[in-house]
Design a protein around this ligand. Structure first.
Ligand code: ZN
Length: 146
């Protein structure tokens, strides 16, 4: 098996190895979530649907206020939330790499990489699709093999 850090894990739209983004609503059977083995929920905690928070949840809520001058300042729009998440995940926000939650998020990325490798595909689920979503940043980072 090729090293998951070295092996390119496929490109979007390329068939095999594809990382897709979907809406978790489509996997609710009326009683519980029914997720395929290659699917991972990447959103926030949702008690109503029995979903635990993903370590890769977006910590920048739409409508929230960003205090980080380096990346963004003001009320967070959907696009802003995705942009902030990218900066957060890449460690571009000052001090973020020292946070335990950042480390845990990167361990989750490694788990997703292994899952992708195992199944040859990966489905990232949140509530946003088809609207812009932080899941696309996770896909980007995984596809770049970072
Ligand atoms: Zn989302």
């Amino acid at each position: 098996m090729p090293c998951v850090r070295c092996a390119p894990l496929g490109r979007r739209g390329g068939g095999d190895g594809v990382i897709e983004i979907g809406n978790i609503r489509d996997y609710w059977d009326g009683e519980k979530m029914q997720l395929p083995e290659y699917a991972v929920y990447v959103g926030r905690r949702n008690n109503r649907r029995g979903l635990a928070a993903s370590p890769l949840e977006n910590r920048f809520p739409i409508g929230g206020w960003s205090f980080c001058d380096e990346v963004h300042r003001g009320t967070i729009t959907r696009e802003g939330a995705v942009k902030l998440f990218r900066a957060w995940l890449r460690g571009d926000i000052r001090g973020v790499r020292q946070l335990p939650v950042w480390d845990i998020a990167h361990r989750e990325l490694a788990r997703l990489r292994a899952l992708h490798e195992k199944h040859g595909k990966l489905l990232l689920l949140c509530w946003c699709h088809p609207k812009p979503c932080h899941a696309s940043v996770i896909a980007e980072v995984l596809e770049a093999g970072e």
